[in-house]
Design a protein around this ligand. Sequence first.
Ligand code: IMP
Length: 201
Amino acid sequence: MKLVAATSNPKKLEEIRRILSPLGFEVLPPPRTLEVKEEERTFYGNAYLKAKAYAEAFGLPALADDSGLVVEKLKPYPGVYSARFYRLEWGGREEGSSPDEANVKKLLRLLKDEKDRRAYFVCCALVYYEGKAVSAEGYLYGSIAYEPKGTAGFGYDPVFVPENETRTLAQMTPQEKDALSHRGKALRKLAELLKRCEGAL
Ligand code: IMP
């Protein structure tokens, strides 16, 4: 099945392709990036908006991944605001050499003296085509480290330690991350659903 990716994030696209290619899905990069306002309060809502916009623009089933980090002590932040957490007024704006670095700096600052560092990643993966949508969610539970470690991955990977692990996601190989990540779980479930309802989209 051919899908156009509803994302402008090259790291996300790399992970999506790595997970879905072996399952028989061809995920194409979008011909151009669309400015989709992610104004919903849920991961599902924003995934739906993105997939619908890309499917309608490019005439192919579109796959969106809306994901983020939920931190128990900061709820509902970063949450659906994870990508732009550093520039929210809430918690004070943060500077950095990249949005990822600024997001991590702000998170560590807000959790500075906090002992309860529980957090989890959520991913809603959704395919939209001609008015129909199929979606699946995946979760990864863990905690926020006291300092960044590792260079792999993207986003909050350098400060996220999965449950029963001592390393951050950024210290793992891509295969190790895919096996336990929210994105891996959501996409494998979605692939299963799409195969089961083949022809329905
Ligand atoms: P989205 O593109 O609006 O879904 O934003 C997702 C944001 O959540 C990213 O920009 C990252 O900051 C964060 N995020 C989502 N998934 C991951 C992950 O696998 N590792 C680290 N950060 C992630």
